[in-house]
Design a protein around this ligand. Sequence first.
Ligand SMILES: [Zn+2]
Length: 117
Amino acid sequence: MHEMGLMEDALQMVSEDAEKRGIERVDKISLIVGDLSNVLPDALRFAFEAFRQTEEIPRISTHTCLEIIKERGLARCVLCGKEYEPTEYLALCPDCDMPFGVIQSGETFKIESYEGS
Ligand SMILES: [Zn+2]
């Protein structure tokens, strides 16, 4: 489950940034997770829960909550220009039936923002 490592990295980054800004406790973290990012939101929530319970990362504890903002997958066909939502990574264009879709969005995994005091 690579979400454990991803979540640890994200929490470390937030924790270090919060330290620089003089924030003592992080109340909320918002992450953007794309449908095509290979990151499972449920696994992320599970990892987050584990880290906030153990309180091993400074400024992240049980009062911290997690928001996951999903980014929809979108591809554009290079042949006909049609935009469509791919059902899998190498998706076929619904019009041309050719695998020439270029991913436009949905691969994001990043920290959108966090709040604390
Ligand atoms: Zn097409």
